[in-house]
Design a binder for this molecule. Structure first.
Ligand SMILES: NC(=O)c1ccc[n+]([C@@H]2O[C@H](COP(=O)([O-])OP(=O)(O)OC[C@H]3O[C@@H](n4cnc5c(N)ncnc54)[C@H](OP(=O)(O)O)[C@@H]3O)[C@@H](O)[C@H]2O)c1
Length: 319
């Protein structure tokens, strides 16, 4: 089974190429640059969309906006597509335009796209041709929150605070003033409060606008830790919330509900794991969720989704 990775020079693309090189059934046939004008570089071919017909799956690791036209070419060539960018995550093109500042590049493909939060979308992903791989922050928030919302344990109308922190690799390979060493080392800051593009994605997937998402930049390279604060319905505490999570993920190889202590970034570093912990504080239930943003938040979940869509064992190549 053959794969192409477009945007193989970026952080998500490099991580994906690394995973595919160790994958027993998916062959990294075409690692490609993302921009048409970019020349081949060591181990990475120039973009050649005419070759999409040679592979079974095309992973798109380009910026949003650039991915959708490539997805169309790959689908037309008969390949399945796992889009790691944001192009197919939001169902409503008007919300996409408001969030990303440009009209949706392929609104006619939105109906075919499946939002691939794997543990919560297994049957849809299995039959999908086009998979929208979730954003890194949304993955960390939704894995901790969805089972609790589904069990109706959260008091309606109360804010659910999603206090999230990410390493700098979440911002991509191109250096910026915000992410350069002098600004990040020994520092810690909140950013894009109330304006981050992952907010509508979280609201759409959670089915509620109760979530107040605040991102922070950590002085480390990889990892996300999300601390979720929620008001439970009367009579419910951390015990029932933990039970809902444990029941939902009992059979899941990539989600662990810890009972020993709260999870931290090192627990999930370089793995496709999400670790969850639950506690109670002053009437609030606190859920801590940790993932590696480049693995479960991007390349790892992309491989998990591709395995499912291609009829392979879901965990292949993921350690
Ligand atoms: N980093 C994360 O933690 C993470 C997590 C989840 C999802 N994502 C999403 O995954 C995608 C890639 O993220 P990343 O962090 O890997 O970004 P990145 O490090 O900036 O890499 C993106 C790659 O896309 C190519 N590219 C740049 N501009 C392009 C354009 N206009 N058209 C086509 N290709 C272009 C570049 O490769 P060439 O130089 O070869 O053109 C670049 O290496 C983004 O959409 C991002 O939102 C990232």
């Amino acid at each position: 089974v053959k794969a192409a990775v477009v945007g193989a020079t970026g952080y998500a693309g490099q991580e994906l190429c690394g995973l595919l090189r160790g994958h027993p059934a998916l062959d990294l046939a075409l690692p490609m640059r993302g921009r048409a004008e970019a020349p081949p570089s060591e181990g990475v071919l120039a973009l050649d969309t005419d070759r999409f017909g040679e592979v079974d799956v095309v992973f798109l690791c380009t910026p949003h906006g650039a991915a959708a036209p490539l997805a169309r070419l790959a689908l037309d060539a008969g390949a399945k597509v796992v889009d790691v960018s944001a192009d197919f995550r939001l169902k409503d093109p008007a919300v996409y335009e408001a969030t990303y500042g440009a009209p949706h590049p392929a609104p006619d493909l939105l109906d075919a796209a499946v939002y691939g939060l794997t543990e919560h979308a297994r049957s849809q992903v299995s039959g999908a041709r086009l998979i929208a791989n979730p954003g890194c922050y949304p993955t960390s928030v939704l894995l901790g929150l969805l089972p609790v919302l589904e069990a109706q344990l959260v008091e309606r109308g109360t804010p659910i605070i999603a206090d999230c922190k990410s390493g700098v690799s979440g911002a991509g390979v191109a250096p910026t003033a915000t992410t350069h060493y002098g600004n990040v080392a020994g520092n810690f800051s909140a950013y894009k409060v109330g304006q981050h593009r992952h907010t509508p994605e979280i609201h759409q997937a959670a089915g509620t606008e109760q979530v107040v998402f605040v991102p922070h930049l950590l002085p480390c390279f990889r990892g996300i830790l999300a601390t979720l604060y929620l008001t439970p319905i009367l009579g419910v505490g951390a015990g029932q919330v933990r039970e809902a999570l444990a029941e939902c993920y009992a059979e899941e190889p990539f989600v662990t509900v810890r009972s020993d202590r709260m999870p931290n970034l090192h627990d999930v570093d370089l793995t496709n794991q999400c670790h969850l912990g639950v506690a109670e504080a002053y009437g609030q239930v606190v859920i801590v969720s940790t993932i590696d943003n480049l693995q479960k938040g991007a390349a790892g979940q992309a491989v998990q989704n591709a395995n499912l869509a291609l009829g392979l064992e879901e965990g292949l190549g993921l350690g």
